[in-house]
Design a binder for this molecule. Sequence first.
Ligand SMILES: [Zn+2]
Length: 279
Amino acid sequence: MMRPTLRCPCDLNYCQTVFHYDAPPPGEMCFDVGAQAYQRAYLRCALCRHWYSENPLDLSRLYESAYVSATYGDSFRETFQRILALPIERSDNAARVARVLQFARAYLTPGKVPTLLDIGSGLGVFPYRMKEAGWDCTVLDPDARAVEHAATVVCVRAIRGDFLMINPEQVGTFDLITFNKVLEHVVDPVGMLQRATGFLRPNGRVYIELPDGEVASHHGSQREEFFIEHHHVFSAGSLNMLAERAGFLTLSVERLHEPSGKFTLCAFLALKSILPAAL
Ligand SMILES: [Zn+2]
């Protein structure tokens, strides 16, 4: 199994085991561990305060179906409609859309239809609301049901695939690329985020949301930020390292305690290479 990496100079040399698990925390998806015993841990880097999952279980096929079933149930449409119907003050997504639209007003060219690429779209509530706000939205997801749902219910351009394998010639370039709670699920988040550099328009931006380990860890090991499907849990410091190593400059970082209860770090990023001209 590949070890989770942040391509960090500390190279796991300054990590200590902080949380250890021999049973799933309450609320975690039921992941079939086969004949293996459920054993995993979280290590924290003493330098950058990043959290690395130490997990001998094979999660590689999780996103092709099991994760989607466990997270969204068998009815995408019903879950989608239930989330859309949440009052604004209870919706993580409503706050996200407001945040992104406010930020976008400052850098987009007025009068042009802005374009969004949402990576790992899941239920598609975010692109749905962005489409309502006048954006031209494309979503990418590895799961066939998520893509079918995005195309037929969310009614946006939907592509099935792994972002690491897709080329800009296939999908175009965008004013905004979003990774809403996606990068913690991949072994190499730097490699994934770096891919976005090839899909951005010259003045484009990236928006990321990541689980906030610095705050969540004060509430114990059973928090959802530390569930089995996360290879990484971030700190403000490691978010900046992630952006830097992937070729981006962090424009702003915010700590959120979301209506759902999640502790989240969110940030807007710009390409390092275009900044002198853009500012
Ligand atoms: Zn480190």
